[in-house]
Design a protein. Structure first.
Length: 110
């Protein structure tokens, strides 16, 4: 069986978080841009009613999408923080091990 490796790029997690947050901003910007358009400015009554219906569905869908993206973003942030903490702990452990092996702690060789 081949060797399996798991690698995590913490910087990429940060970039992904920024991308997710940018998506929410763009979604909100699009919804805000459409919010000032009133049905009576568009055309026929039937078209106006359709546009109003779309605006309501868009608002609901955008809010649901924003909630889901928010939950994903928080999950990625939590994972990123955990990876950073593990990296920090490993760095400290290796530094302590190096210090001990060079005689800084525990009477090793100098």
């Amino acid at each position: 069986m081949g060797e399996q490796q798991f690698k995590t790029d913490i910087d990429q997690l940060g970039a992904f978080i920024r991308t997710l947050e940018g998506c929410v901003k763009e979604l909100n910007d699009a919804r805000t841009a459409l919010a000032h358009v009133r049905a009576d400015q568009i055309g026929t009554q039937r078209l106006d009613e359709s546009c109003d219906g779309f605006q309501e569905r868009w608002k609901y869908g955008a809010e649901q999408t924003e909630e889901m993206i928010g939950a994903i973003t928080e999950g990625v942030k939590t994972n990123k923080k955990a990876y950073e903490e593990v990296e920090e702990a490993l760095s400290k452990a290796f530094a302590d091990l190096e210090k001990a092996s060079t005689g800084g702690v525990g009477g090793g060789a100098k």
